[in-house]
Structure formats: C-alpha cells, structure tokens
Design a protein. Structure first.
Length: 156
C-alpha cells in the first residue's frame, strides 16, 4: 500500500443546493420597526393611537376598522386598545396585558383582503384545530355578531 503524500488530497465539493435568503420584505421590516417603537413608547393613550392608525387606512379597511373597534369595545370593555406591530390590537388589562385580537389592513402586507385575527393568548381552543384569523372584505350584521361572540370568548 502506498503511503499518502502531503498535498495530494482532493477537496470535496458540497453537493447540497444553497438556498438564497432574500431577507424581509419592506412591509415586514416596517412592522418590526413599528413594534420596536411600541415597546419603547408611551402607552398612555392607546385608544387615540389605535383610532389614528385606523384613520390612516384606505377604504374599505378604514370603515371595517372603525366598526371592529366599536364591536370589540362594546363586547369586552375591559380590553385595552393598543398598537401591535403597527396594527390596531386589543389586550387584556391587568390579567396579563397580552394581545387577544388584532386587525390587519390589506395594505399592511399588500394582501387582497384585511384580516381579523386572534393571538395565541386568546381562549378559543376547540379540540385539536380552530380558526385564529378571518379574511375580511366587508362586514354584515351576522358577521359582526359572530365577531362579538368570538371576542367575548377569546377574552374570557
């Protein structure tokens, strides 16, 4: 058997495909910056800040945001409005201060519909699978009633 000589070994090239991570979208970076500002900012006037954010939205999201705000505040007045990643959100007061539900305008991430969603802190567990977000293109009385019931359950 011939001994190995120094410098005669061939390099091994990787055969795995390299994936290119393109990073976060402009919208995702903006949401992270907004969240950072929320964490270090003043939480004194949560409702005023939420209503101002809703007022900045395009139609039909602005109208839905106003209506959702009213439904949530009427259904569970103990929820505290605040921004969460730059979105109107509603958190438990006192109990743990965690966000229970939120409204994401379609323009937030350039989607074709707005989203009304619940965080993992919402009490909506139902077996092994349950909805945590709903696409919104408009609101009817029946949908408003369903949202009110879900918010009450989520905040319990």
């Amino acid at each position: 058997m011939k001994p190995l000589q120094k410098g005669t070994q061939k390099s091994v090239k990787s055969t795995t495909a390299t994936s290119k991570f393109k990073g976060f979208t402009d919208e995702e970076r903006s949401a992270m910056k907004e969240r950072f500002q929320e964490l270090k900012g003043d939480k004194a006037d949560g409702e005023g800040v939420v209503l101002a954010k809703i007022a900045e939205m395009r139609e039909p999201d602005r109208t839905m945001g106003k209506r959702l705000h009213a439904i949530i505040m009427e259904s569970v007045p103990a929820l505290s409005p605040r921004l969460w990643y730059g979105m109107p959100a509603y958190a438990r007061e006192g109990k743990d201060g965690k966000v229970v539900c939120f409204f994401q305008a379609a323009q937030k991430f350039k989607t074709r519909y707005a989203t009304f969603g619940f965080s993992d802190k919402a009490n909506l567990d139902e077996g092994n699978m349950w909805p945590t977000a709903f696409a919104l293109k408009g609101l009817t009385a029946a949908q408003e009633a369903r949202i009110a019931a879900l918010v009450k359950k989520a905040a319990s």
